[in-house]
Design a protein around this ligand. Structure first.
Ligand SMILES: C[S@@+](CC[C@H](N)C(=O)[O-])C[C@H]1O[C@@H](n2cnc3c(N)ncnc32)[C@H](O)[C@@H]1O
Length: 170
């Protein structure tokens, strides 16, 4: 799924709201030693679980696990440094998505991408993807595609959609 979305070896990625790190693990494996994954999470218990999981499956030099509840991740990630941002099953918790999307754009390198998994299954309608596409377009993030994958959600695997966007720098 990650490679088909465009993640490559050497990429710098952000896993925003990484939870227990279930997507951070494969991300770190795809970007490899030349790459880097910033994983931002606000919940202490999730951070502890992520640390344990990452110690088993990820290279510690590749992943930077950041505890933050500030949607701008307290300025910890360099601007214009990121190739791929993942906001998986998290937008339903973000009251100000405009601010978050502007922050994402500020982090992206030209041609960098944002991938959104609204996790419509099993709770449809929590995230309005049409509104998100409109908001992204307004700030110059071009809609690329919506693709169905086997997604990890809670304790289940579900067929669900990931939406991707590209920052075409002006
Ligand atoms: C449903 S979980 C999804 C975790 C992971 N992305 C996945 O798909 O498995 C959402 C996570 O986002 C985190 N979160 C929500 N708002 C956040 C914020 N403003 N900053 C950092 N983490 C946040 C929550 O603590 C939670 O762990």
């Amino acid at each position: 799924m990650l490679t088909s979305l465009g993640v490559k070896q050497g990429h710098h990625a952000l896993d925003f709201g990484c939870g227990e790190g279930r997507y951070t693990v494969p991300l770190s494996q795809v970007v490899g030693k030349e790459g880097c994954v910033y994983s931002v999470e606000r919940n202490e218990e999730a951070i502890l679980a992520a640390k344990e999981r990452l110690s088993l499956f990820s290279d510690p030099d590749v992943v930077r696990l950041l505890k933050s509840d500030d949607i701008e991740a307290a300025g910890l990630i360099p601007k214009k440094s990121i190739d791929a941002i993942f906001a998986f099953d998290v937008l339903q918790y973000i009251p100000d998505s405009d601010k978050l999307f502007l922050y994402f754009r500020s982090l992206l390198k030209p041609n960098g991408m944002v991938c959104i998994y609204p996790a419509a299954i099993p709770h449809p309608g929590d995230v309005d993807i049409k509104l998100i596409i409109t908001k992204m377009k307004k700030i110059g993030l071009q809609y690329v595609k919506s693709t169905e994958y086997k997604m990890m959600h809670s304790a289940d695997m579900v067929d669900d959609i990931v939406h991707s966007f590209k920052w075409i720098a002006g």
